[in-house]
Design a protein around this ligand. Structure first.
Ligand SMILES: C[S@@+](CC[C@H](N)C(=O)[O-])C[C@H]1O[C@@H](n2cnc3c(N)ncnc32)[C@H](O)[C@@H]1O
Length: 308
């Protein structure tokens, strides 16, 4: 299986497991000591939240490694067409068309400004040939229109949790199943563990050659009655400035058995969970393997492959 060493999800509750070397508690910056903007020159006044998101949340190369290898392992052939649901800026769809000259991709999202940003910053830098093989649609994932016949459909970074009623999730999963080719596979990610249910906030220092800032995952409110949760992503900069609530998520915190049952109900023939392995210190090693039983980790991420 592929290695996903910096597979950073919005839910930082699981990030110590995933990104042990990159998790740094930030302290002592609140006293007003002004520092420079750091690598990348990020400040609240100058930073682009989509650039910050791509640095701190996404690792599209590792994600596509996993998808590509797992599809081939299950189906014995390479996937060709991929649909990225809830695509945002379409970064994953763009990575798919970069991979092979035969690959095609469609991204679906409802937010036109975000799609426009993706067209300018992710699609435009591709070669002309790659650009001709990716399309970003302003479209509801539950009404995919002609974006069907796909080898692969992705619902990543837990975006499908925006669907909060069981009936909505069943309808979405059925629609995805209908959108797949005869041997297509639906890939989702999932996070859980008891820390996922806590109202808590965690920060992680992003320190890359061209970027230095702090990402804050805020599990702000959780209602055990409805399962609804309100989460935010905030960004903090070395000069002391902040962007609060850069991204906001109103989700239902689903459990893994619920999602497995709904995939079954939607008609998927085989659902496999890929659990992350651990290194010597017990931290996640970024390698995901199929399992039939999980572990009672305080926080975990797993992948789900649901076969048509
Ligand atoms: C967390 S972002 C996901 C970004 C990206 N896919 C990723 O992996 O990080 C969630 C996106 O889902 C979009 N969205 C929410 N409901 C949607 C729907 N019903 N159909 C299409 N897009 C939707 C939002 O506009 C937002 O851009």
């Amino acid at each position: 299986m592929s290695t996903i060493s910096t597979h950073n999800k919005p839910g930082t509750t699981m990030e110590p497991k995933h990104t042990p070397t990159r998790v740094t508690r930030v302290s002592g910056r609140k006293g007003g000591k002004k520092l420079g903007a750091g690598k990348g020159g990020f400040t609240a006044a100058t930073a682009d939240i989509h650039v910050l998101y791509q640095h701190s949340v996404q690792n599209v190369e590792a994600e596509i490694d996993f998808i590509d290898e797992t599809f081939e392992a299950i189906r014995g052939r390479k996937g060709v067409s991929l649909r990225e649901d809830f695509c945002g800026t379409g970064a994953t769809a763009c990575e798919w068309v970069r991979r092979r000259a035969s690959n095609t991709a469609a991204g679906l999202d409802l937010d036109q400004p975000t799609l426009d940003w993706g067209a300018e910053h992710n699609v435009a830098p591709l070669s002309k040939d790659q650009q001709s093989r990716v399309v970003l649609h302003n479209r509801d994932v539950t009404r995919p229109g002609d974006a069907t016949g796909m080898d692969i459909v992705l619902a990543m970074n837990f975006s499908y949790w925006i669907l909060q009623e069981r009936a909505q999730m069943v309808a979405y999963f059925r629609s995805v199943r209908d959108s797949l080719s005869d041997d297509g596979i639906f890939f989702l990610d999932f996070y859980g563990g008891h820390e996922a249910f806590q109202e808590m906030s965690e920060d992680r220092k992003i320190d890359e050659p061209d970027a230095e800032f702090t990402y804050v995952w805020d599990q702000h409110k959780y209602d055990p009655m409805s399962g609804r949760m309100q989460c935010y992503i905030h960004f903090e900069f070395l000069d002391g400035t902040k962007i609060k609530k850069a991204f906001s998520y109103e989700w239902r915190l689903w459990t893994l058995p619920e999602i497995r049952e709904i995939l079954d109900e939607a008609g998927f023939s085989n659902v496999t969970i890929y659990w992350e392995g651990a290194d010597e210190e017990g931290d996640g090693n970024g390698e995901f393997e199929p399992v039939t039983e999980g572990e009672a980790d305080p926080s975990f991420i797993c992948y789900i492959a649901a076969e048509k």
